[in-house]
Design a protein around this ligand. Sequence first.
Ligand code: ZN
Length: 284
Amino acid sequence: MRSDRPAPYLSRRTLLAIGGAAGLAACTPDNGESPEQTPAQQSIPAPAPEGEGAPPTAEEPETEQAEEADDDAPASEASWDPDSTYVLVNKRNPLEPADHVPSDLRELDIFQHYEGQQLREEAAGALEELFAAAAEEGHALAVTTAYRDYEHQFALYDSWYWEHGQEWTDARSARPGYSEHQTGLAVDILTEDSHPDELLESFGGMPEGEWVAEHAHEFGFIIRYPEGAEDITGYQYEPWHLRYLGVEAAAEVFEEGVTLEEHWDQPPAPDYEYDYLEDPAVDR
Ligand SMILES: [Zn+2]
């Protein structure tokens, strides 16, 4: 890692300050504990419109530039397989199982405010390419947090819950099992010189943030929580939170200018279905 900052210990006070200052919902930070890693293993489920034994279609060019007019089928559809690149995670769709751990996590080889951050193999490579392309344009980006495991999210949410109650905590932290960060496909980024404990909405208006919004899809990422879509995504505008989908699917979402829920024809997820203490997805 090029970061020369020590991985910080986030005190309770710091965490409270972060949540309070930035009003973050999905993006409470992590101190980078490494879960068990297994050798990289590509699992890129693609929608399979035809069965294995189906006859090959004659005139279908297998290029990424294939015109949408030639093929109306979207590049992706929502999945509830936690290993799928297209897994849908929001306030109405927890991971199943809630304590799922991706099998192909690896550490990122780019600048990080908190060292040891991990993503799934394919997303990690794509993010490194995105950072390199940004650097060529003079934009120095930094990862704040990427993968976060169930236990971390549980510890954070649960302690806040008992101290501040459900409404306060739901506004600042995803519940365990409901964080997109647990998929290994989501990452929070800022500029290299941003204060690492802050996730600034103003990132969206910075040259770096504008570049990311314009180009992330070329590397397979979308801005998961766009401005003004809280009633659909359940989260306020988070210009720093990227979700990996792969190039084709991300390009479609970008071109349509919609949320992932809308792109996949899924119902809005403005809030949780259950009170925390009755939430069947949470294993206490
Ligand atoms: Zn995030």
